[in-house]
Design a protein around this ligand. Structure first.
Ligand SMILES: Cc1ncc(COP(=O)(O)OP(=O)(O)O)c(N)n1
Ligand SMILES: Cc1ncsc1CCOP(=O)(O)O
Ligand SMILES: [Mg+2]
Length: 223
């Protein structure tokens, strides 16, 4: 069972920034600092692709990004790599449908850690909840340039369906989200949005994150 505070988690999910070395225009540290300065409320370290770091280099970068998050009070989540999350005492992990099930990860991580699960249909949503997920990542909402093996684009349909069924779990939309197309994701019932390229690939990541913060605020005021 999880003891994560879901009210606090919803706030932390508001602008959930995800990044690895392959996504950054500048150094990962500069990119993360800039995103947090602009208002990112949660961070996921997602080191993927042919140029991904491994071994000591991966560990050093993860430590350095975790240190930046700690200094700013931003939760540090690790994508896929449960061993690394345990080694670093990270705040949580994000796993997909091809990864180890959330229920067994919960046993390894303990109750105070955040577990996020990707879901693409109602059956996966319900399974993730019964496995003890703290939040869901739902998408891809729009076409994404950042994940070669992404599932079919689904718009905001599943987010709407989840809320219409009265399922109240914290969740974010993910995939191709920009400040300009944020509003429908929040209006459908997402607690926040997850973003890679529109922040990590921006010339000014701080300005890009600020635009998201404003778009999220506007979406809450005028759903
Ligand atoms: C917040 C969030 N939502 C979804 C994903 C995708 O996870 P997954 O399906 O396991 O794919 P990879 O990210 O591992 O390629 C995510 N990372 N974060
Ligand atoms: C990890 C992931 N899972 C579904 S889409 C996606 C990539 C999101 O990146 P971007 O914000 O650049 O579309
Ligand atoms: Mg995964």
């Amino acid at each position: 069972m999880s003891v994560v505070d879901s009210h606090k988690l919803r706030e932390q999910l508001s602008l959930y920034f995800i990044m690895g070395t392959a996504n950054c225009r500048k150094s990962p540290e500069e990119t993360l600092k800039a995103a947090i300065k602009g208002g990112a409320t949660m961070f996921q370290f997602r080191e993927k692709g042919p140029s991904a770091l491994h071994g000591q280099a991966l560990l050093e970068l993860a430590k350095s990004l975790q240190c930046l998050c700690r200094a700013e009070g931003v939760p540090f989540i690790i994508n896929d790599d449960i061993e690394l999350a345990i080694q670093l005492d990270a705040d949580g992990v994000h796993i997909g449908q091809e990864d180890e099930p959330a229920a067994s990860i919960r046993q390894r991580l303990g109750s105070g850690k955040i577990i996020g699960v990707s879901a693409h249909n109602l059956a996966e949503v319900q399974q993730a909840i019964s496995d003890g997920a703290d939040y869901l990542g739902i998408g891809p909402v729009y076409p994404t340039p950042s994940k070669d093996d992404a599932r079919a684009v689904q718009g905001t349909r599943l987010i709407t369906e989840i809320r219409e069924k009265g399922i109240d779990i914290p969740l974010v939309g993910i995939g191709g989200i920009t400040a300009a197309n944020t509003a429908p994701v929040i209006a459908a019932g997402a607690d926040g949005i997850s973003v890679i390229s529109a922040i990590a690939g921006a010339a000014d990541a701080t300005a890009a994150a600020r635009e998201f913060v404003q778009a999220i605020e506007r979406a809450h005021i005028r759903p």
